[in-house]
Design a protein around this ligand. Structure first.
Ligand code: SF4
Ligand code: SF4
Length: 408
């Protein structure tokens, strides 16, 4: 059952339509049920018992990136994205998720299966991926442009506690699945910078997937184990901050754990305590004057705002300020930097045509800047943009990678 206060949200919609044009999905499809307003009205009719929740409604509900653009643009302050997420959790009870998603989510919610498969994938899986025929795509991304798995999970490459002499601070580092299994370059860069700043880093080995991909798909029950385990692990240590290098994981740890537990009527004190300590790594590094430890890095960089950083957490300026601290690196804004990249987790697989239209706009905006580097603090955006942009046009990286490259 959707929490009462979220159900009441539907009566705050004044049907003004101000959420239509900013919605990237509506801009592609141009029909009312693709728009936030249309979705809110359908949910209202279902909650009032005037409409049956049909398979067609279910399809409409998932034709959405959950980018939160509608929420920040609604003059009535409607929490559109939270309403849509809660409705998905209801619909999952009636219409099961496709088997591929159920399989993926059982991997992400298991403590042993995911490391086992990723270990295998790091050797055999990468080889098999290399054999895929050219032209085959996963959603909008050509197979050949998908990132390869780390040969060994990142957390197995580093000690659980990275000590420094006379530490000036102590942090926990939530690496998430992406850094652990795909983008070890981000983890290595983060550790190199923190070491130079004399910060002790703890990387709890038992950390699990943040659970956000699972509960955004509606399978909230399956993510509860991840939430509880991470709350226990990350509330335990006496640290200055819990650092996150992924916008999506950060949004889970900072906001969504609290929402989910509260909407279930459970005690959310532990989630609120964690929320206060969670910082995106760009937010944390922004506190330091890094200029003295950086050498010139020639190039031209632009920045793409991940939805889960800009809108979910309000972090926009910090990553830009970090890039602007790098000597020799020219920074240029792209048009529509905070417009969703079109990835949306599995959205780009479920709706490749819509996704391709949205990502196409992003790729054009990047090319118009003439930048050879695109920075973004979200592995999902990195994969989506790099996969569609092509490495020959520009390299997509996390901001900490550029900082690490510029370290003296
Ligand atoms: S902007 Fe808000 S109030 Fe206006 S139509 Fe959209 S959801 Fe309703
Ligand atoms: S979350 Fe994004 S894609 Fe979904 S309805 Fe709102 S603006 Fe559109």
């Amino acid at each position: 059952m959707i929490a009462k206060e979220l159900q009441d949200e539907v009566y705050n919609c004044i049907k003004c339509g101000l959420c239509l044009m900013p919605c990237p999905v509506y801009k592609q499809l141009c029909y009312e049920s693709a728009a936030p307003r249309g979705k809110v009205q359908l949910i209202k009719h279902i909650l009032e018992g005037k409409l049956e929740p049909s398979a067609n409604f279910n399809r409409i509900l998932y034709t959405c990136l959950l980018c939160e653009t509608c929420t920040v643009n609604c003059p009535s302050g409607l929490k559109v994205d939270r309403l849509l997420k809660a409705m998905r959790a209801e619909m999952v009870k009636k219409f099961k998720l496709p088997w591929q998603k159920r399989l993926l989510f059982s991997l992400l919610s298991g403590e042993r299966l995911l490391p086992f498969f990723m270990q295998w994938g790091g050797s055999m899986g990468n080889l098999l991926m290399g054999l895929a025929p050219g032209g085959v795509k996963v959603g909008t991304i050509p197979f050949a442009k998908l990132p390869r798995l780390n040969k060994k999970p990142f957390r197995e490459q580093v000690p659980e506690v990275v000590t420094v002499a006379a530490p000036k601070g102590r942090v926990l580092y939530f690496t998430g699945c992406a850094t652990n299994y795909l983008y070890e370059d981000v983890g290595r860069s983060a550790l190199a910078i923190l070491k130079r700043l004399n910060i002790e880093v703890i990387l709890p080995q038992g950390q699990m997937c943040c659970g956000l991909p699972i509960f955004l798909a509606g399978a909230r029950e399956s993510a509860l184990g991840n939430i509880r385990k991470n709350l226990e692990l990350f509330n335990r240590e006496d640290v200055d901050a819990v650092l996150v290098d992924c916008a999506t994981c950060g949004s889970a740890l900072k906001n969504e754990y609290v929402h989910i537990l509260e909407e279930r009527g459970e005690n959310a004190d532990a989630a609120k305590a964690l929320s206060k300590k969670v910082m995106d790594i760009s937010q944390y590094l922004d506190k330091f004057d890094l200029k003295g430890m950086l050498k010139p890095l020639p190039g031209k960089a632009t920045y793409h705002d991940p939805c889960h950083l800009a809108r979910s957490q309000g972090i926009r300026e910090e990553p830009r300020r970090l890039l602007q601290q790098i000597p020799g690196l020219e920074f240029v804004e792209m048009a529509g930097a905070d417009v969703c990249c079109g990835g949306g987790g599995t959205f780009q697989v479920d709706h490749p045509e819509v996704s391709a239209g949205i990502t196409g706009n992003k790729v054009r905006a990047i090319k118009d800047t003439g930048a050879n580097l695109v920075a973004s603090g979200c592995p999902g955006c990195r994969m989506q943009i790099q996969g569609n942009l092509g490495e020959e046009a520009a390299e997509v990286v996390h901001p900490v990678q550029l900082l690490a490259r510029a370290l003296k």
